[in-house]
Design a protein around this ligand. Structure first.
Ligand code: E4P
Length: 272
């Protein structure tokens, strides 16, 4: 599974590329806002254009998703095209991120701007990452419209299921891939029993029909969920910096290091 960093923080991005563990970057409007605000709090002014260029160059030719902020198809197409023309020449690695359906209301049965924008931009040859996917059906349609990357939001499905069950939780808590059983059956969201179940089903549909899109497991919140996403066959997992660091930790590793350090034969350590 490819690992992307889910961040717009240049320091985090640089660090993970230096470690050689990431294959791309996803950003979203909330992540960009956090990064800009963090810099402002540290007294640094951010020139957004230059800042994004720096992110693109740090990614060294690996994909970077930049999300549109418009919500109407024509405007999303204009903005997507503008962002692509402005930033893709920097390092030839821009994906435009489009919500599968940017309507603000479930009752809106007329406006399906996301799918229109995906289709038009994909036909222009612009690589699209379709975001905010919560059902395999949305993934199927986004793939057919031409999205190269499909982003099911695993963690947010888990949040939704936990709320349904009135479970108190922290964002980083592990949610079992096979769901939580209540009254003899896993609690579900229209047949989806966990975020990982959503990822697994998106992967299965893409593979069964040879759709050619990659499934990017998004909204992953802890290392065990990353493991589950990899086992579910996700092509990509996008992870916050904290999760990447947590993947390197285990109490027995620290304990083992303490013991090895205690047992050092000085003559061996001093060999030149
Ligand atoms: C993916 O592209 C999104 O930026 C991200 O994974 C959302 O994660 P969250 O649900 O933890 O905010």
């Amino acid at each position: 599974m490819k690992i992307f960093i889910d961040s717009a923080d240049i320091d985090e991005i640089k660090q993970t590329y230096e470690w050689g563990v990431v294959d791309g970057i996803t950003t979203n409007p909330s992540l960009l806002k956090q990064a800009v605000e963090r810099r402002a709090a540290a007294g640094e002014k951010t020139d957004i254009r230059k800042y994004i260029e720096k992110i693109l160059m740090t990614a060294k030719g690996t994909p970077v998703s930049l999300e549109v902020t418009e919500r109407e198809s024509k405007k999303m197409i204009e903005q997507g095209r503008r962002l692509f023309d402005m930033f893709n020449p920097v390092a030839k690695n821009v994906y435009i991120k489009i919500p599968v359906n940017p309507s603000f209301s479930e009752e809106d049965d007329i406006h399906f701007h996301g799918i229109e924008a995906i289709r038009t931009l994909a036909k222009m040859g612009i690589p699209i990452n379709c975001t905010l996917i919560f059902t395999p059906e949305q993934a199927l349609l986004a793939a057919k419209a031409g999205a190269k990357i499909l982003s099911p939001f695993a963690g947010r499905i888990d949040d939704h299921l936990r709320k349904k069950m009135n479970i108190d939780f922290k964002k980083t808590d592990y949610f079992p891939a096979d769901g939580i059983i209540e009254k003899g059956a896993p609690v579900d969201d229209n047949g989806i029993v966990s975020g990982i179940d959503l990822v697994r089903k998106c992967v299965q549909i893409v593979a069964t029909y040879g759709l050619g899109s990659e499934v990017l497991a998004a909204s992953l919140r802890n290392p065990r969920q990353v493991r589950d996403a990899a086992l579910a066959g996700a092509h990509i997992g996008t992870l916050p910096f904290e999760v990447i660091k947590d993947m390197l930790k285990h109490g027995k590793t620290y304990e083992g290091m303490k013991n090895f350090t205690r047992d050092i034969v000085q003559e061996y350590a001093d060999l030149k």
